[in-house]
Ligand binder design. Sequence first.
Ligand SMILES: *Cc1c(COP(=O)(O)O)cnc(C)c1O
Length: 417
Amino acid sequence: MQFETALAFAQKLDRTDPLKSYRKLFHIPKINGQEAIYLCGNSLGLQPKSAEKHIKTELYDWKNLGVEGHLHAKNPWLYYHHFFSESISNLVGAKKSEVVVMNQLSVNLNLMLISFYRPKGKKIKVLMQANEFPSDYYAVEQQIKLHGLNPKKCLVEVMPRKGEITLRTEDVIDKIKELKDELALVMFSAINYYTGQLYEIEKISKACCEHRIVFGLDLAHAIGNVPLQLHKWNVDFATWCSYKYLNSGPGGVSGVFVHEYHAKNFDLPRLAGWWGNDEKTRFKMPKHFVPQPGAAGWQLSNAPVLSMATHKASLEIFDKAGMRAIRQKSEILTGYLRWLIEQNPTSDFRIITPLNVHERGAQLSIQTLNNGKKIFDKLTKAGVIADWREPDVIRVAPAPLYNTYTDVWRFAQLLCT
Ligand SMILES: *Cc1c(COP(=O)(O)O)cnc(C)c1O
């Protein structure tokens, strides 16, 4: 698309936007009585207006039915996690039996590592990307220690080349080949939280398959942002959170993907609780754990219905809009933002997110070369909600469900003047 600098161009894109009706489904925060330019959907997505109704439904049923709500609520609580199978399997590209909604991200990360990091003989190392999110480092580090191994030796990072900030797929694959006899696991965030780089998951997965290395993904910044095909790509396991692009509320419920290939491998060690047990015998209270096949067999506790209610509200919007339309708008919206910033000839900024649309989602990470924090504070004062990362990066993520081309235009205007 040929972009233009005039505000009228942004307004025209808004008028012809196939997703334009979705913005009014969300509460937009206000600053000084004006709708904010909210570009923080990669950190906490906005509240769907329907969230309140969904929570009220559960409160009402709890009030009037008490324990009977497990079976007789409008959405029977006993089966709550089942209500997400279809929507989530569409979002991550999986079979319904390969996904389950439960717990929170860092908890699930640990649960998955217990089952899928199985160091043995010389294969004891875990490969991660440089500058990974701290929670992911901590989880891997502790799991290595749980096996009585040394994280300094076993946790290996792929580093960007000298003078570069993002990773090259070929370097990741070369590292996998180099360490093929020592790697037990490759554990990657599909999108790096800092740079916004989207990795070439299919290629990395293929390299792992070739060398029989387990491949796990953290989809915190990818789910609801970019289309995924976890089943087809032969990813072994994945986990995510729902409060970023999925708009399901602060601390919202997480989920996991376990490839069908492992569905009936009951020899995999795992932590257990009654919710992972065979549903037919769950209430017979058997003494020995009989896991359900598939991802559901990794559940521990009964569903946190109140937080799942907002997840349900949000996923109904995703079902209706569809990832294809969301991604289509996202590519143009973020591409337009990048273009606008780059039109500024006296630019004090460098965008560190890859230029190639196949290597990014909605986020742009803007490195400031001078007075970054000052610029950021000026933006905040002017009604922008974005994210500052030390030492010098402003992260912005136009979310296609509620951000407009005019938002992006106004932001670029404020940034560059
Ligand atoms: C947001 C995020 C987390 C946060 O973990 P919680 O358990 O939800 O607090 C962890 N890892 C990555 C990569 C993230 O982006």
